[in-house]
Design a protein. Structure first.
Length: 367
């Protein structure tokens, strides 16, 4: 998946083997990616603190707030007869889900943007979530798939097929798969696939409630065992995508430059695509299609740690769960006793935040 040659100079990162240049001076290796090392470390520590706060808020707040002592008691020795501890137990599953799914989507978005050199790349915008969702719905409605393994296999196949279709559609023409053609092709396929998914759901009204999360995305539909079972798949996908960080840095300087530096881009993009499919498929299999996390998180992280993917990717793993847990918690407290599903809240929060980032300097941050 490549961008047109005309975008090479505009998207070239601030890092290279010879060091960065800031204000015409060589700033040395401690400013790789456009940020000082101390700035990157500080930003990472702050995000870790925010992640701890998001986890605590997810356990404490909701339609019924509980005390910190009740949370600690529930984690130490759970008593099902205790009402507060029962509430904590129900929130524990969605908190684990927020951590797993948020990390998967944040890293998948960073990997997609790096390997395609496309600032609009996201598992939702490029249709991967929609493809995984449709495959799961079809397998459950017509094949009777109920086990997590069967659902995950369907999600992986759906995401992989859509990724291939998006690239084939965007590759038509002399310019090849440019960023704008990838985004448009993915958006068009996502709309069509979403319509098919809704049509399948409408033909099975008796089980519509079971399929609800495949329309909007939810952390409340799966038990903690499901999220824990997805962790090995997410870890495997994360290892693969993180291994492409150096290749993403090279791709940001242009395909010709990356090839001259010794990178076999075909192999790296294939490997990265496998990792991204694992991440997106696992996230969709356990929580349904959740958009905007993979698009917004890498851009937000670039503002904090710069454009070096060796930092951007792992920090996106931290930042993704922060957004997802915050959205899920806010969705529970905004209109009690009902709740707004996390897929809706991510879109509601993500749109304004993304606009603010654009106006506050995101345009000056290169891929």
């Amino acid at each position: 998946m490549t961008a047109s040659p005309s975008t090479t100079a505009a998207n070239a990162p601030h890092h290279a083997k010879t060091g960065d240049k800031t204000s015409g001076k060589n700033s040395g290796p401690r400013t790789i990616g456009g940020r000082k090392l101390s700035t990157k470390i500080t930003a990472t520590v702050i995000l870790l603190v925010l992640l701890c706060a998001a986890v605590a808020a997810s356990l404490l707040f909701g339609a019924r707030s509980v005390s910190l002592s009740a949370v600690i008691d529930a984690l130490r020795s759970f008593d099902p007869e205790n009402g507060d501890q029962a509430v904590v137990a129900s929130r524990f599953a969605r908190t684990i889900g927020g951590l797993v799914v948020g990390a998967a989507l944040g890293l998948a978005g960073a990997g997609l943007q790096g390997l395609t050199r496309n600032p609009l790349a996201d598992t939702g915008i490029l249709g991967l979530n929609a493809g995984a969702s449709l495959a799961v719905v079809l397998s459950m409605a017509f094949l009777g798939a109920t086990s997590l393994n069967a659902i995950m296999i369907a999600a992986f196949l759906g995401a992989a097929i859509v990724m291939a279709l998006v690239y084939l559609v965007a590759s038509v023409g002399r310019e090849g798969a440019t960023p704008i053609k990838l985004a448009l092709g993915g958006a068009a396929l996502a709309v069509g696939i979403g319509a098919i998914t809704n049509a399948v759901l409408m033909t099975s009204k008796a089980t519509l409630g079971q399929f609800r999360m495949w329309q909007i995305g939810s952390l409340s539909a799966s038990p903690v065992e499901t999220y824990l079972a997805a962790i090995p798949v997410v870890l495997l996908g994360a290892v693969i995508v993180l291994a492409t960080a150096r290749a993403c840095n090279a791709v940001a300087m242009g395909d010709d430059t990356a090839t001259a530096l010794g990178f076999n881009l075909g192999r790296w993009r294939l490997a990265g695509s496998i990792g991204i499919v694992l991440l997106a498929g696992a996230a969709t299999a356990v929580a349904g299609p959740i958009t905007f996390v993979g698009l917004m998180i890498p851009h937000a992280v670039r503002l904090l740690v710069g454009s070096d993917y060796r930092w951007l990717m792992p920090v996106s793993v931290i930042a993704g769960p922060i957004l997802l847990l915050a959205a899920d918690t806010l969705g529970r407290v905004i209109a009690p006793p009902t709740e707004i599903q996390v897929g809706v809240m991510c879109a509601l929060l993500g749109g304004p935040i993304f606009i603010i980032m654009m106006r506050s300097g995101m345009k000056s941050v290169s891929l």
